[in-house]
Design a protein around this ligand. Structure first.
Ligand SMILES: NC(=O)c1ccc[n+]([C@@H]2O[C@H](COP(=O)([O-])OP(=O)(O)OC[C@H]3O[C@@H](n4cnc5c(N)ncnc54)[C@H](OP(=O)(O)O)[C@@H]3O)[C@@H](O)[C@H]2O)c1
Length: 164
């Protein structure tokens, strides 16, 4: 299994506000959709709620402390912690690709750094107001790719990998 975080972050580390995204960057949404399509995704309960509904052609593993939570959907499974989320993802892998995406939020990103192989980080070249922040990337990761995209809101697609 390859565990990859995928996230978009403002210059001031903001990644969310009022359980939604603070910006509208269609190219980044497209990048997220294309990367995660057909894959298993792990997320916190608030990030899942922020999607509105399960995304097509993806399997959602939702971390929640609520024991009675049931979304009644064939592509959604609720688990009580990150460890069980990874175990649940492993069970799905015979039918899904090896790359499993961790899509947030803040605490799930922080807790999963030690087991993360790769980070797809969209770095937005602007500050936003927000109430959720992306944690500092640990030193064990190095920048391996950067593609600058100009536009109304300039940003860069960056890739971070574990140092050898
Ligand atoms: N910019 C981006 O790329 C990006 C990506 C993802 C999310 N976001 C934004 O970030 C915000 C949501 O993120 P968030 O950090 O507030 O919340 P979150 O991590 O998505 O969800 C938090 C919830 O997840 C559950 N949870 C997380 N860790 C747990 C653990 N170790 N054990 C048990 N339960 C756990 C709990 O659910 P219960 O309360 O049910 O117990 C907790 O309240 C939204 O604004 C969203 O739009 C942005």
């Amino acid at each position: 299994m390859i565990l990859s975080q995928i996230v978009a972050v403002a210059k001031n580390k903001v990644m969310g506000i009022n359980n939604t995204l603070p910006w509208d960057i269609p190219e980044d949404m497209k990048f997220f959709r294309e990367k995660t399509k057909g894959h298993v995704m792990i997320m916190g309960r608030k990030t899942f709620d922020s999607l509105g509904e399960p995304l097509p052609r993806r399997f959602h593993i939702v971390i929640s402390s609520q024991t009675n939570l049931n979304y009644n959907h064939p592509h959604v499974e609720v688990v009580p912690n990150l460890e069980q989320a990874i175990q649940a993802a492993a069970k799905r892998l015979p039918e899904w690709p090896q790359e499993v995406f961790i899509i947030g939020g803040s605490g799930v990103f922080e807790e999963s750094f030690p087991v993360t192989n790769k980070i797809y980080l969209t770095l937005i070249d602007k500050e936003f107001s927000g109430d959720v922040y992306y944690p500092d990337i640990p030193e064990q990761f190095e920048l391996t790719e950067k593609k600058q995209v100009e536009g109304l809101i300039p940003f860069a697609f960056t890739t971070w990998e574990r140092k050898q």
